[in-house]
Design a protein around this ligand. Structure first.
Ligand code: ARG
Length: 250
């Protein structure tokens, strides 16, 4: 009888340890699931992509469940900053301005801002549009670096206008409809959009090279553990394995 109780107590202790692990809880990730191959709806309409799978691997390592919340990209930094979400993984570029608002993990990928134009376009850069027409109409996803940089370089300089769309795909539709001359967006999503739609191409001259990282509230209690787990997954090749899965070598 004594032995039975001892075993029962041991079993209860083990079970509650597991419960504590699951309770360790759920991390709320905010992202904009319209940015292939970093985040998009895959099979069974489940969010997947490089960011999602890296976040899942980190959560599995640390014993957290992951809840993915699909919101506008423009809301990701405010949402993290206010603590509404535990973090954001959204193909997000590290910039000095954003560093004032959130803290970034180690970087795990590189992005390049590229220019999408109609296939028949003979210009080689955005400046060529300005030279030929005196102005340029640029499309971008709202609050992305593509929006910010072109706003500074063209709109603020009186050289053109920037139309801001909720998603990159919507900006690309505006380009196909002739509402804008070009779209500035990250290279991997650009390749996806050009592959999915006929009559578009990417200009060879890149616009800017940047680093991607995940964003946390400045006072986050889990940031240190999370970043340490990410660093381990970078070091052991897991992160590169995930990237290779979604960006096949050319
Ligand atoms: N890299 C760009 C930025 O940080 C665009 C990111 C857009 N991400 C997304 N999931 N829609 O501004």
């Amino acid at each position: 009888m004594k032995k039975f109780f001892a075993m029962l107590i041991a079993a209860i202790m083990i079970l509650s340890a597991f419960a504590a692990l699951a309770e360790n809880g759920t991390l709320k990730l905010c992202t904009n699931v319209a940015f292939p191959p970093y985040e998009f709806y895959g099979e069974g309409d489940e969010p997947t992509g490089i960011d999602i799978e890296i976040a899942k691997a980190i959560c599995a390592k640390l014993g957290y469940d992951l809840e993915i919340v699909d919101i506008e990209f423009a809301q990701c930094i405010p949402g993290v900053q206010s603590g509404k979400y535990d973090f954001s993984a959204a193909g997000m570029t590290v910039t000095e301005e954003r560093k004032e608002m959130v803290q970034f993990t180690d970087t795990y990928a590189t992005g390049i801002q590229v220019v999408i134009v109609p296939e028949a376009c003979e210009f080689e850069s955005i400046d060529d549009f300005v030279e030929a027409n005196g102005t340029v109409k640029i499309g971008a996803q709202m609050a992305t670096t593509g929006d910010l940089y072109t706003t500074w370089d063209y709109e603020d300089e009186g050289k053109g206008t920037v139309d801001r769309y909720a998603t990159g795909a919507a900006a690309v539709q505006a380009l196909l409809a002739g509402k804008v001359d070009c779209v500035v967006i990250d290279n991997e999503p650009a390749k996806n959009f050009v592959a999915q739609n006929e009559g578009l191409k990417i200009l060879e001259s890149a616009y800017a090279v940047e680093d991607y990282a995940m964003a946390f509230p400045k006072d986050s209690a889990i940031y240190a553990d999370f970043n340490a787990a990410l660093a381990e997954l970078i070091a052991d090749g897991t992160v590169q394995g995930i990237i290779d899965q979604f960006i096949p070598a050319e």
